[in-house]
Design a protein around this ligand. Structure first.
Ligand code: UDP
Ligand code: MG
Length: 325
């Protein structure tokens, strides 16, 4: 690396017209500030990824791009979800810069942690994870479910950093290798550690959203958790096999017991117990089928290998365009 590193801040935006006018200047200010400190090159950029917003988000991004050359924007052809939007930004950036930092656009993550991230990068770390130091601003429910999620993930063998979401620095060198991970079901915070390379963490405080509303209701959070587990671990399937085995042994013992009772002439009492067992077994089998089905569904999606994002518009031109307009 010669000279100062070029930093791209990657910011996914979905229906964020309320908060963008507040946070966009903060990101620009951070770039200018880091440049003034002599930490990064002035070719650094704030890159917004519009994730198929239905409001004026993309128009706002285009306006920013006209106001200051540090702002650039790319737009996905439709809404593909947070993880895909971040991935689109990272892949756009990897050939243009030396290092990226991904962050949400709602001002919840403290952008001042970027200074330390960049310093750790300059000191040799290729990945720097932003880790929340406190969860005071979360409701008890969110805190409980979120922390439970990290423990569950680790229990199931997925190597994820505790209390780290999607605020992280990744060097272009790591991104180059990361581009070889072709999976369609993506869960970035679980996949980045898989790529290896020296990593560090930086603690930061997470605040309330500055404006607008969260796009992660409970159903989406559960979806993300489930995706995370199934895309990183085969343990649920092992567990099912284990439970199946246990119940097979139990039922074998039950059969022996019934035969012995039958031979001894005692009547086997209880319709209730029979029904209970039938229902229990039925339930367990359905759950097991569901989990296995989930994996098969994922395999189905992976074999199609559909594109993970499609960029339909840009405020800048990374290469010679093949098409008119
Ligand atoms: N986001 C996105 N696509 C989506 C949903 C969200 O790009 O389909 C972006 C959103 O604009 C924000 C980030 O992902 O920058 C995190 O979303 P949000 O703040 O709603 O989630 P929370 O912080 O409440 O978990
Ligand atoms: Mg948020």
């Amino acid at each position: 690396m010669s000279g100062k590193p070029i930093l791209w801040i990657i910011i996914p935006c979905y229906n964020e017209e309320e908060v963008l006018p507040i946070t966009a200047p903060q990101f620009l200010h951070k770039i200018l500030d880091l440049t003034a400190q002599g930490l990064i090159s002035d070719k650094s950029r704030v890159c917004f990824v519009n994730d198929g917003s239905r409001d004026r988000t993309w128009q706002l991004i285009c306006q920013f791009a006209q106001q200051d050359p540090h702002y650039i924007g790319i737009s996905q052809s439709r809404n593909r979800g947070h993880q895909n939007a971040v991935l689109a930004g990272l892949m756009e950036a990897k050939d243009q810069c030396d290092v990226t930092i991904s962050i949400d656009c709602d001002g919840q993550d403290d952008i001042n942690a970027m200074d330390e991230m960049v310093r750790k990068y300059l000191a040799g770390a290729e990945v720097v994870y932003g880790v929340r130091s406190r969860r005071d601003t979360d409701t008890f429910f969110k805190r409980f479910t979120a922390e439970g999620f990290y423990h569950l993930m680790n229990l199931l063998g997925a190597d994820i950093v505790f209390n780290h979401a999607d605020y992280r620095l990744i060097s272009a060198r790591v991104l180059e290798h990361f581009a070889d991970y072709h999976e369609v079901n993506i869960f970035l915070r679980g996949m980045v550690p898989l790529a290896g390379f020296p990593s560090e963490t930086v603690a930061y405080e997470r605040h309330e959203r500055l404006a607008g509303e969260s796009h992660y209701p409970l159903s989406k959070m559960l979806g993300l958790a489930f995706d995370g587990i199934t895309s990183l671990s085969n343990k649920p399937i092992r567990l099912i096999t284990g439970v199946g085995l246990l119940f097979s042994i139990l039922s074998f013992i039950g059969v022996v017991w019934a035969v012995v009772l039958g031979v001894l002439g005692s009547t086997v009492a209880g319709w209730a117990s029979t029904i209970c067992i039938v229902c229990l077994m039925g339930g367990i089998q359905l759950v097991c089928l569901g989990v296995i089905g989930e994996y098969i569904g994922k395999i189905y999606m992976e074999t199609k290998a559909r594109p993970r994002y499609i960029i339909s518009e840009r405020t800048w031109q990374p290469y010679e365009r093949k098409y008119h307009g």
